[in-house]
Design a binder for this molecule. Sequence first.
Ligand code: GLA
Ligand code: ZN
Length: 666
Amino acid sequence: MYVGVDYYPEHWPKTRWATDAKLMKAAGFNVVRLAEFAWVKMEPEEGRFDFRWLDEALSVLHKQGISAILGTPTAAMPAWVARKYPETLAMQLDGQRITWGVRKNNCFSAGAYRLLSQRITKAMAQHFAANPAVIGWQTDNEFGSPQCYCDNCKGTWQDWLKAKYGSLDEVNRAWGTHFWGHKVQTWGEIHMPADMHAHNPSLCLDWKRFWSWQNVRFQHDQTVILRRECPRHFITHNLMGFAPDVNYFDLSADLDHASWDNYPSLGGAEAYDPAASADLMRGVKGKNFWIMEQTAGPHGWGSYTRNPRPGEMRKQFFQQVGHGADGFLWFRWRSCTVGREQYWHGLLGHDGKAFRRYREAAQTAKDFHKVGKELAGTTVKAEAAMFYDYDSVWAFDIQPAYNGWNFFGANASANRYQEAVKRYHRALFRAGVNVDLVRPGQDLSGYKLVLAPHQYVMPDPLAQQLSDYVRQGGVLLCDSRTGVKDATGLCHERTLPGLLSRAFGIRIEEYEALHEGVSYATQSKTSGLPGAYQAVQTCDWITPEKAETLLAYKDWHLKGLAAVTQNKFGRGQGFYVGANFQEDAFYDHLVAGLLKAARIQPLVVPPAGVEATARQGANGTLLFLINHTEEPKAVKVPAGKVDLLTGKKTAATLQLGIYGVAILKI
Ligand code: GLA
Ligand code: ZN
C-alpha cells in the first residue's frame, strides 16, 4: 500500500530536502511523484541532459524509505522548444498559435514535439531504470486539451480517416455528405470542424475520436520506450474522472493501472461526484487504481476553495480506498511560494511547518497501513454494471438533444449523457450498491443488472448483445434517446428503440424535448413507483406492446402512452424509462425495483449522507462506511464484526462521528 505526496524538490533549496524527507517518513509516507514539469531542468538545452539534481533528491528520499514515481515532463515544454520549433505550439481556431508560458500548449502531431518527447523519455528511462528508489512512471500530465488546428493536424486527420475508411466513397457514406452537398472528392478537401454545433455531426464525432487518438498515440510513443528500458517499473497516467476529451479506455490500454486526480469541490453534499469518478477510474482497466493527486488544502489558480475541515481529507481518502484505490498521493507536499499555483495549497503551508493538515494526513497514512494487509488483493466486486460510452458523450456534446437552448444547442453546458449516467448511478450510491462503469461491448455475463442510460450511439452488434443479455436472464435498464444513432452517427432507419424493441416490449413512434419550465405529470400504475413524478427535459411517447406500464402520463394528448415500462423477455427483464424525472425519489424507487428484479441485496442500507462500499478478496469482504456529513450518523450493521480501524466489535448499530469512517470485516 503506497501513500504519499506530489513533491517538487526543484521548488526548494537543496538544504530543505532532508527535512522534507524526514517529515514525510514521520508521517508514514512511502511514495512521492517527482519531475513531471521539470523538463528544462533535466534538458536545459536540446540534447544535453542533467539528472544530477534528481539523482540527489531521489537518494535523499530513498534514505527515508520513500519510493518515487517519475513523470515524463512533456506537459510543459521548455521555452527553447517553443523558440526553436514554433510548430510545436498548438494552433487555435483563429490561426494563432497558443502563447507559450502556461502548460499543455503543444500540438500532438508536430513531428518535432513527438521526437523531443521520445528523446527526453528515453534519456530519463535509461538514466533511472536501475535507480532503487524508482518504482513507476506517470506519462505526461492530464491528457486532453488543447485541440490543435494546424496544417499538420489537418494532414494527420485526413490520414486517420483514410486508414479508418479506406476510400472517399466510404467517408461520404459514413457521414451522409449528400446533405447540403457536402460530398468530398479529394482527401485534401476534408476540413477540421470549427463549430461542433453546426458542422456535420458524423464528421464532428469522428473528429472527437481522432482528437482522443492523437493523445493516445502520443502517450504510446512514451510507453513503448518505458516498457523497453524499465521493464520492472509500472506505468500509469493521472486521469481526470469524467473529463470528456480523451477516451480513457483507449488511453489506459497502454498502462498497468489507471490513476486519477481528485479535487472534490469541498462541501458535504459534494461527496457523490468522486464516488462516480472512482467507479469509472476502476472501470477503465477493470482493476484497482491510484489517486495521483488529491486535495490537500484550499485550492485555486486565482481565488481558492474553503479549507478541508478536520476529518474531511481522511474521509475523502477512505472513500477512494472503498472504491478500489490502492495507492494515494496528496497534491501537494508544500504550498509553493511562486508561480500560478501559489494558492493550490499543500499539506504544509508556505511556511513549511507541519500543522493540522499534515497531522491529519499522517493519521490517515497510519490508518491505511493498519488495514493494508487486509486490503491487499481485494477489489470491488459489483453485481451491477453501468455503461460509460465516450461515443455517446461526444454525440451529445455535438447535439445535446434537450435543454441546450437555443435549438442549435450551443448553450448546452453540462453533458446530457454524463448527467444521465449520474442520475442512475447516484441512486445506486444512495442505495449502497456497488456498480462498475464499463465500456459498451464488454462481456456482461458476470452482471445481474446492466444500466445503459442514454445509449445514444448504438451499433447493431451492441443492441444485439443487450437483447441477448436480457433473453438469457439479465435485467436491463435503458432510457430516452437509446439506440438513435449508428456507429458513424447516422440515425437508424427503425422505429425506436430499434433492435431492442422486443427486449422492452415497446415501440416509440414519437418523442420530444421539453423546454425548461415545462413538465408532464405522471400517474403510477404499480406499487413499485408509488409517487406522482414530473417528467422533464426529454419525453418518449411510448406505446406498450407486450410491456407492462409502470408509470403513465396524465396529459390529455398522451393518453394510453407509457412513461416507464417493464417487460419480461426470455429469462430476463427490460425496464425502459421514457423521460427524465425531477424527483430523486423516482430514481430511488426505480432502483429498488431494479435491484429486486435482479436479486441484488446491498450489505447495509446507509442513512442519507453515509456511503457504503465493499471490497472483496479471498479472506472475505471489507465494508466501508463513510459519513460525508458534519453530523453524527447511526448505521444499522451486522453485529459482532470487527472495525479494522478501531479493533472494536460492532453492535447492531454503528455510530459514525462527523466525517467518520469505519471498515468492517464481514
Ligand atoms: C492538475 C495537475 C497538477 C496541478 C493541479 C492544480 O491536477 O495535474 O499538476 O497543476 O492540477 O492546478
Ligand atoms: Zn497541430
